[in-house]
Ligand binder design. Structure first.
Ligand SMILES: NC(=O)C1=CN([C@@H]2O[C@H](COP(=O)(O)OP(=O)(O)OC[C@H]3O[C@@H](n4cnc5c(N)ncnc54)[C@H](O)[C@@H]3O)[C@@H](O)[C@H]2O)C=CC1
Ligand SMILES: O=C(CO)COP(=O)(O)O
Length: 316
């Protein structure tokens, strides 16, 4: 197997633990040294030993693996591709990020295509907490790739006994499912944080899923993809667990608690990007709009709740 993982955050490190025979790259030389010495990523995935066969590196140009998994936050990806295009352009690039770029309003594969048109791109997404994958717990993810042959090869290359990949050629659907569910997870966290109750959370998840579908179908996605692992599957996981950073961020917003601003919360930037995208396409996404307005400080949680409840009664 010839795989390297670029980005030694929680998810990149978890994938390295699951796959074993890979190279794990970090941009930070001290971090690389620390992981090589301790055989653990104490910064992002503490308590999980790195398998002996995982190679740690800080030298991007020295990586000769053909399949590169990009495991960095969505808003960092465009700059990364721009800075390292010559090293990346002839490889297979599998994006592992969930989100929509705030400036160009594209998902991870869209950003790869825009920056490196000759690269062969795919997406790995779906319901999975880094710790679960790293511990070898059973997990099912979507491997989305427009090229069916490449998709099949990657499915074989990246599946393990515990990590089960399902193929899909609907990249738009998989990208949007993974990006939009984080926004709804923030809203779900707010509902619980503001003590609105679990019935309200269920309503919000269902209506959130309806607006995820409205945008995704308008942008060419297939309904089945949204109903699969990368959409509904990940929505259920992220809206229902305090292990989710997006959900915890929402909890803090809803309850007025402090939140560590260095935490990666993909749904925050994505809510703002998607609110713009929806407006451009004339799609009604009231929950996303409210989340974006609350993050930008234009709306309180109480105002958002009242505005959603005051919407005209309609058909489901
Ligand atoms: N943590 C999880 O359970 C899961 C995360 N993901 C996705 O994976 C992506 C990464 O998330 P995490 O690893 O959890 O985040 P993290 O916050 O744990 O780590 C992010 C990593 O990206 C690196 N990074 C940031 N900017 C960079 C740049 N410009 N160039 C190179 N590296 C850069 C950081 O140094 C850090 O190591 C996100 O899009 C997230 O939604 C997907 C599934 C599960
Ligand atoms: O994407 C994830 C689960 O599938 C991880 O969720 P958080 O980024 O909210 O922690």
């Amino acid at each position: 197997m010839s795989v390297a993982i670029l980005g030694a955050g929680a998810f990149g490190t978890a994938l390295a633990c699951a796959l074993g025979q890979v190279t794990l790259w970090t941009r930070d030389a001290d971090h690389a040294r620390d992981m090589a010495d301790t055989r653990e990523n104490t910064r992002r995935l503490p308590g999980i030993p790195l398998p002996g066969e995982v190679q740690i590196t800080h030298d991007l140009a020295g990586i000769d693996a053909q399949t590169l998994l990009l495991a960095m936050p969505m808003q960092a990806m465009r700059g990364f591709l721009h800075d390292h295009g010559t090293v990346l352009q002839d490889r297979v690039l599998v994006a592992c990020s969930k989100g929509v770029d705030l400036d160009v309003l594209l998902g991870p594969v869209g950003v790869i295509r825009q920056n490196l048109p000759d690269a062969r791109a795919a997406l790995l997404t779906g319901p999975s907490f880094a710790h679960d994958i790293a511990r070898g717990l059973p997990t099912a993810l979507t491997l989305a790739c427009e090229d069916p042959e490449l998709g099949m090869a990657l499915q074989q290359e990246l599946s393990t006994n515990a990590l089960r990949l399902y193929r899909n050629t609907d990249v738009t659907g998989a990208e949007l499912g993974g990006a939009l569910k984080n926004v709804i997870a923030i809203a779900a966290g707010m509902v619980i944080g503001a003590d609105m109750g679990e019935s309200a959370r269920a309503a919000l998840m269902a209506r959130g899923y309806a607006e995820m579908q409205r945008l995704a179908l308008a942008l060419g996605a297939q309904a089945d993809t949204l109903a699969g692992l990368s959409g509904l599957g990940d929505l259920i996981l992220t809206c229902g667990s305090e292990k989710s950073r997006n959900f915890r961020y929402g909890l803090a917003l809803g309850s007025g608690a402090e939140f560590d601003t260095t935490t990666t919360v993909e749904g925050a930037a994505t809510a703002r990007a998607v609110a713009r995208l929806a407006q451009e396409h004339g799609i009604d996404m009231p929950i996303t709009r409210m989340v974006a307005a609350m993050i930008e400080g234009y709306l309180t949680v109480t105002e958002a709740r009242d505005a959603l409840l005051a919407r005209p009664l309609t058909e489901e």
